[in-house]
Design a protein around this ligand. Structure first.
Ligand code: ZN
Length: 342
């Protein structure tokens, strides 16, 4: 009998008569295997890292701005991005990295102990540990803690539907806009599953999109990606990430901030919230009101550590200047009362 892994669009054959000798029975990500005739996790409830941060560091800018998040990471990935800055987690043998075994109840207790408002799984691809995260999402939701993830979105429609149902906030990495890009730089045949995931999530949960920009590799795709996102909803926040290539592309040039800014000027006419980060001193990490242009949420860029909200010019989630209702999700919380500028 052939058993196909249902969790990502690779559809690895995990067992059965057709299994070629060269194929690993654990599949590409090495996180699933066949147990009692069905696909199960090899390392359920195991994590590689946990720490407390602010949600803007992930980055999420429009979900509970200023909130404190309990951030978790695991190991492995279903893609093989040539420029990956987390290859030591994504490509390494997972077992030695998955140091912490934490039941969902323990994670919720730790998050509450540290005064966190939500939980994010953000270091590596969440769908390589999907049953674990579904369980965590349900336990956390009962305790009033929303769970969110960063994903590459290379999953079947059924998993995207489950993500929409289980997760309160999701960021999808849209790395390029062509099959050729995904084939050459991410090691998979097509961008289409990623676009479908974005479309499904955009209708059903809080969605933000992240695009790592690699100079002369995907910067020409910026207008097409903007058209696609704007076609779904002009309010979807889009984070462009000035990528400093690592791993197999460590010698590639670093994107010019000036050239990127120039490209983004046209894009800002299509989308209401276009951010540019991953360098210290970025002027494009704050939220401006799309109706009157006034500064609504002021952030500072911490370079590789994301951004931090420092001041709010809001009145009950609306622009402090003109009263426009900003598309912010989740109960709005202030990082500290001194930060709040009404
Ligand atoms: Zn306004």
């Amino acid at each position: 009998m052939t058993i196909v892994c249902p969790y990502c669009e690779r559809h690895c054959v995990l067992d059965g008569d057709t299994l070629a000798a060269s194929e690993s029975p654990t599949g590409y990500c090495r996180m699933y295997t066949v147990q009692d005739g069905r696909v199960g996790e090899r390392f359920p409830h195991h994590y590689s890292s946990m720490h407390v941060s602010h949600i803007e560091a992930v980055p999420f800018y429009h979900f509970q701005p200023g909130s404190r998040t309990f951030m978790l990471g695991g190991a492995s990935c279903n893609l093989d991005c040539q420029y990956c800055s987390n290859a030591y987690v994504a490509r390494a043998e997972p077992a030695p990295l998955l140091y912490f075994e934490l039941a969902p109840e323990r994670i919720v207790a730790l998050a509450q102990q540290h005064g966190c408002h939500n939980i994010t799984f953000a270091v590596n691809e969440p769908t390589v540990a999907w049953p674990t995260l579904v369980e965590l999402a349900q336990v956390a939701a009962r305790a009033g803690l929303p769970l969110g993830v960063l994903t590459n979105g290379y999953v079947p429609a059924e998993i995207a539907e489950q993500m929409a149902q289980q997760l309160a906030f999701v960021s999808v990495s849209l790395k390029g806009f062509s099959d050729a890009f995904y084939q050459r730089y991410a090691g998979v045949p097509s961008v289409r599953p990623v676009l479908r995931t974005i479309e499904i999530l955009s209708r059903r949960t809080h969605l933000e999109v992240v695009t790592p920009i690699v100079q002369s590799v995907n910067d020409e795709d910026i207008p097409a990606m903007a058209d696609f996102i704007a076609g779904l909803d002009r309010n979807i926040p889009w984070h462009l990430f000035r990528l400093l290539p690592e791993y197999k592309m460590a010698t590639y040039e670093r994107p010019s901030i000036e050239a990127l800014d120039l490209k983004l000027q046209q894009v800002r006419e299509k989308l209401h919230f276009v951010y540019l980060g991953n360098f210290v001193g970025s002027q494009w990490v704050s939220t401006c009101c799309p109706a009157c242009g006034a500064l609504a949420i002021e952030r500072i860029s911490l370079g590789g550590c994301g951004a931090k909200a420092v001041a709010y010019h809001l009145q009950d989630g609306c622009c402090g200047q003109c009263g426009y209702k900003l598309p912010l999700a989740g109960r709005w919380v202030s990082w500290s009362s001194e930060d709040k500028v009404a």
